[in-house]
Write a protein that binds this ligand. Sequence first.
Ligand SMILES: Cc1cc2nc3c(=O)[nH]c(=O)nc-3n(C[C@H](O)[C@H](O)[C@H](O)COP(=O)(O)O)c2cc1C
Length: 348
Amino acid sequence: MTRGRADKQTGAVKDIHAIYYGERASAGLQFTEGTLISRQGHGWSGAPDIYSKEQIEAWQAVTAAVHKANGVIFCQLAHSGRACHSDVTGHPIVSASAIPVSGEATGLNHEKKPYEVPRALTVEEIAVIVGDFATAAKNSIEAGFDGVQLHSANGFLIGQFTQSCSNQRTDGRVRRLDREPSSLLQGGACRSRRCHRQAACVDPLEPQQAPSMTWARKTTLRPLTLRSSWPHRSRLLGLSCSTALPLGSTRRAPYTLEQARAAIASVDPKSQTALAGNVGYTLETAEKAISEGRADIITFGRPFMSNPDLPERFRDGAVLAPDSQYPDWWVNDTAEGYITFPRATAAA
Ligand SMILES: Cc1cc2nc3c(=O)[nH]c(=O)nc-3n(C[C@H](O)[C@H](O)[C@H](O)COP(=O)(O)O)c2cc1C
């Protein structure tokens, strides 16, 4: 879960990250916050990266803390593409096509600025990004992660290639929406030594209107987009779907786990990929979704931010702490609101 607390100059995680992830090691599997594969893809102020030696070494403290507490952790690899501002990256903004996100980007000091018109990547530049994904996957293993997750959701670069509102290229190879993102990972993370430990987090929806990032506008589950977002060798597919409200949306989730399963089957009837659902689940609704076979895994986001011992609280029927405050999500960059949530036993 992105929190914006990495070193703003170096992109390296800090001691507080090791405490944060170590405290949550009782989760069956943790995914890191979106971690950027290059400075060009650096999405927001305080985001962590994984392309330099210093960044890899900083992550080693995090993985060590998680492993010490018998946890498992995957690094979520991302490139933000057009969904950031050049003030933050220090590089011109790039994407599949020269189409900006509508609305406002967040600048270095959380000020709002209009999104810039991205420059369409050349085929040669795409090859460089494929290489950056490969390197980031290798770096993740060197940093001690148990696997990697490709961030193909939330309007980042992979999604910008899979969605026609942001990809209007006419050059054949890259326009093939059913190929390019898969090959991104195959050219990247799949070549890492632990290619069986991959997951993907996808958002296979076609926005009704171009070209916003907002979830409320996305309406239709598209098997083609699912196919292109989802590297078939990955063992775990994460989808934001439940019957609860999507994060920040005022509408019902645009598709259900059943529809997602059907879409996966239409792509690969023999799929062995586990399906993870999320957004707004409680212990009860999660257990129901799993016992009814609608999902293999349910992931928890916001409840884990304020309840580092969430599995133990579920087990013991303990009361959950309320969600953390919005400014502590992305704006504040201190230990406060990050590692200041006590365990139930300590709070009692
Ligand atoms: C503060 C915050 C940061 C998030 N960062 C990420 C992220 O880096 N990568 C990601 O895949 N999802 C991210 N999400 C989405 C969550 O993974 C999850 O889909 C969302 O919180 C809904 O699940 P929940 O209802 O259990 O919180 C973030 C959500 C929040 C609230």
